[in-house]
Design a protein around this ligand. Structure first.
Ligand code: ASP
Length: 335
């Protein structure tokens, strides 16, 4: 008969052995410069917009793949409001231990600087850039029944009815807000803006015909365009996009200055140890090469950045340039 103590010891060995079997065995171990004991528990990835929008979609695709090489779950936490700046601020104020990240973008980590006098964070100072994970064009979208067959008719209609039409956006400082503010400035119109906690819910309203138009990221538009429940007038890019080949560029339609590119970057709080950032960056870089990421992202019209654009330094460069760019663009629009 086994003694009680001996049986208990056997149970502990069995539990430990079982636990080792379920952990993804990364036989290679951390690379030089990475943090050997990180992560030891789940990571939180803040998405500053509502579920189902482009930021949320990109976050869930990339983080699910990152979790495999990190050996810990990456749990998406949607913290919404104020054009994404509430979620971004929460990340900036989190412990710099690598366990709280944010998926930011051209709005939260660039345009918001020019739109909020008291933003509470500096995108180029209060974060440790980890990796750029997606780039994508912006489309001018409208509800299916909007009374304009093309961009020329759209311009005529909105100029003649700007007091009765409205546009949807994801809050001051969001990509959709910033992009359509640029468009409205170029067209000399100022219709009512209807804010949502993200362009996921905003798209639902556009499909339902409750709002008239919206400027949104490609990954949110491809599927409703394919099912023809909404329409697109132009792409705010230098060239047409194979995901929506029949949509003309704004330049072709006579508005070459309507050029906007959205991007998504992964950020940790500033002062996050370099070795932890290196571990997170390695997981992101690996994820971007996996078919589980590349296929859904490119299928939705996003561009996966090439290797030289995936370094923390490259993302820092994007933020620096974009903050300057949007300061200039939005200063010109100021009344
Ligand atoms: N596309 C939204 C924006 O306008 C963000 C989102 O909902 O993902 O910034």
């Amino acid at each position: 008969m086994l003694s009680f103590a001996y049986a208990a010891a056997l149970r502990r060995v069995a539990v430990v052995a079982a636990a080792l079997l379920v952990l993804p065995l990364s036989l290679s171990g951390p690379a030089i410069g990475q943090a050997p004991s990180f992560p030891s528990h789940p990571i939180t990835l803040i998405v500053p917009f509502a579920k189902g929008g482009p930021t949320d979609v990109v976050a869930r695709i990339v983080s699910a793949e990152m979790a495999k090489s990190l050996g810990q779950p990456v749990v998406v936490d949607n913290i919404v409001g104020a054009g994404g700046t509430i979620g971004a601020l929460k990340a900036a104020q989190a412990l710099p231990d690598g366990y709280t990240l944010v998926l930011g973008h051209m709005g939260t980590h660039a345009a918001a600087v020019a739109l909020y006098p008291k933003l509470g964070y500096r995108p180029d100072v209060d974060f440790a850039p980890v990796a750029l994970v997606a780039r994508m064009p912006i489309l001018l979208l409208a509800r299916r029944e909007f009374p304009a067959a093309d961009f020329r008719e759209f311009v005529l209609y909105v100029r003649a009815h700007q007091d009765t039409i409205n546009l949807a956006h994801a809050g001051v400082g969001s990509v959709s807000y910033t992009s359509c503010m640029l468009l409205n400035h170029l067209l000399g119109i100022n219709p009512t803006g209807v804010p949502f906690n993200g362009t996921g819910p905003a798209m639902d309203a556009l499909v339902a015909g409750q709002v008239d138009y919206m400027c949104d990221q490609m990954v949110n538009a491809v599927l409703p365009l394919r099912t023809e429940v909404i329409k697109a007038y132009v792409i705010a890019g230098a060239e047409r996009d194979p995901a929506v080949p029949t949509v003309p560029t704004a330049a072709e339609a006579g508005l070459p200055k309507f050029q906007v590119e959205a991007w998504n970057g992964l950020f940790a709080p500033k002062d996050t140890p370099a070795a932890v950032v290196a571990t997170l960056n390695a997981a992101a870089v690996r994820a971007l090469d996996q078919p589980e990421v590349r296929e859904p992202m490119t299928g939705l019209g996003a561009v996966v950045p090439p290797p030289d654009q995936r370094t923390p330094e490259a993302l820092a460069g994007v933020v620096g340039r974009e903050v300057q760019k949007w300061r200039m663009v939005l200063k010109r629009q100021a009344p």
